[in-house]
Design a protein around this ligand. Sequence first.
Ligand code: ADP
Length: 402
Amino acid sequence: MTARHVLVLNCGSSSVKYQLLDMADHTRLAVGLVERIGEAAPRLTHTPADGARRERALAAPDHESALKALAAELAADGLGFDSPHLAAVGHRVVHGGRAFTRPTVVDDAVLAEIERLVPVAPLHNPANLGGIRVARAMNPGLPQVAVFDTAFHTTMPEHAARYAIDVATADAHRIRRYGFHGTSHAYVSRRTAELLGKEPSEVNVIVLHLGNGASASAVAGGRCVETSMGLTPLEGLVMGTRSGDIDPGVVFHLARVAGLSVDEADTLLNRRSGLVGLCGDNDMREIVRRMDEGDDAARLAFAIYTHRLRKYLGAYTAVLGHVDAVAFTAGVGENSAPVRRAAVAGLEVLGLAVDEELNVERASTARLISPQYARVAVAVVPTDEELEIATQTYALVTAANG
Ligand code: ADP
């Protein structure tokens, strides 16, 4: 019997998201979430294949108890960590630095390397590591695979990955542009090629991943050559709560003139900026609704957000030289017709346009929204990071087993 199930774990600081996939046909055998770990009233929500959702309160002071609870939930359906069908666990790991350019089977050396990267990803890597350690202890014989958010971007050329700062300081502290959301950019750029009926190696794609966090990438023939996030996810596009690109001098000004501490400036730029900072809302539906009612703050927030998108489309067209497609993905990219319309408005010179009828159509499948005549295809491609993690994990363990 071939083991064909892959459990995907995404451990955040206070939550664990999980999905169990059957790689024979990509069906979801279970989808769940443990939230508020270590906080008051943790909860587990578990939906098996039949759709009958189960929800319960649990005692989850840490990731270990959260993973044990989700394992028990899976075991109740005969799909626990000891299931003979389970081929591997795929873990989302946010920061793989320069060392990890592809998914990697976890051993002690790999764990130590992920640990070494904690200073560049202090919020994420510790939780990811915790999840791997607990899952490993629960079934030591089961392969654990780390899939890194940064891996897809490790193909960026040095002139795109380096900041123009003192080289010795940069190297001593590993300061460079790593990029994030790589699993999504990889999946969406490949799906976009499929939608065009081409191989990934045959097309150049700009991917706009617009969720609460947002990033753009330029993908040439399947390889990432530029992305908008940097050392941290703060750089680049305007996001739900993050400023994106900003003059670093603003930070010095906040410290010297406004009297903010480093931590306060960090909180301001990461949590109280972006759409929330501009208009008090970070849900694009609400911003568009307010804008339609003539709300000036919402209108300005939308204008700044979409102006930044147009700047990046122009810049990445220049980086790629030739663009076959622009793909919109994640919560805003997949659902907001007004954002897509405004993002390409006035960019006919770059061959970009949307067909308004196609743009406003609601659908959950990958589709083209550009007019027949457009030189560049504009696509809406739902992202699926869990499927991508499971696919990469399964490919690795089946290759390893010959
Ligand atoms: P995350 O980065 O948390 O994974 P998502 O990709 O789920 O984010 O995107 C969440 C965002 O998507 C919300 O903050 C909201 O702005 C936007 N969004 C979700 N649904 C819609 C919709 N129907 N129309 C416009 N925007 C939407």
